[in-house]
Design a protein around this ligand. Structure first.
Ligand SMILES: [Fe+2]
Length: 211
């Protein structure tokens, strides 16, 4: 079915163009940055952090109707390009447990609240007794991307299992945390950019899920 694409139709990335040219796609990306990465938004997240330390609350997801996902919701890129970017994202998201536990160990002594927020709590034998909020949110990403892939192609795939660089302390825990934190920030920043780019190239339910 061809959906009417009057130039006034809007989605989460602002104006929706049926056949966008470079500058129009750039405008969509800019509008996403304004929407999700504005100074106000980022400050709001930071100010929320102390509250989340006290009372961690996962953010709710929109209700998703998976059945309606289809190739028409991909804009201006070939479906096979979209799919390969999706697979790349999948391989970066997994395995989340490894990532959260490494971060928890670097943070444990220097910022116990952040350690708990990211990686939860463990007992004296190192068994996880409570999940961190960050892990609770992050662990939804891989299954979601897998589901998108399956919905579009009718095929099931499994993410490539990567080896996580584990906790490797030196005699300078501050420097260790600094380097680790920088690495994490760069990874998350990369993921954010990728998802915004994907959102600029999608619409409808597919875009809602990426949001
Ligand atoms: Fe993620």
């Amino acid at each position: 079915m061809l959906i009417s694409t009057s130039p006034l139709t809007e989605d989460l990335a602002g104006q929706l163009y049926p056949q966008p040219h470079y500058l129009q796609t750039q405008r969509r990306i800019k509008s996403l940055i304004d929407r999700y990465l504005s100074h106000e938004q980022l400050c709001d997240r930071l100010e929320d952090l102390p509250l989340q330390f006290q009372n961690p609350q996962p953010r709710p997801w929109k209700q998703i109707d998976w059945q309606v996902i289809n190739y028409n919701q991909i804009i201006c890129i070939k479906p096979e390009v979209f799919l390969s970017v999706l697979v790349g994202a999948l391989d970066t998201e997994a395995p989340i447990r490894g990532y959260t536990q490494t971060s928890r160990q670097y943070l444990e002594n220097l910022h116990p609240q952040m350690a708990r927020f990211v990686g939860g709590t463990v007992d004296e034998n190192g068994n996880l007794t409570e999940l961190g909020l960050w892990e609770k949110e992050e662990r939804q990403h891989t299954p979601t991307l897998l589901k998108i892939y399956q919905q579009l192609t009718g095929e099931k795939i499994t993410p490539t299992l990567r080896t996580v660089r584990g906790y490797l302390p030196t005699d300078d825990p501050h420097e260790d945390l600094y380097c680790h934190g920088l690495h994490r920030v760069a990874t998350e920043y990369g993921a954010t950019c990728l998802y915004l780019w994907l959102m600029a190239h999608t619409t409808g339910t597919l875009q809602d899920i990426l949001a």
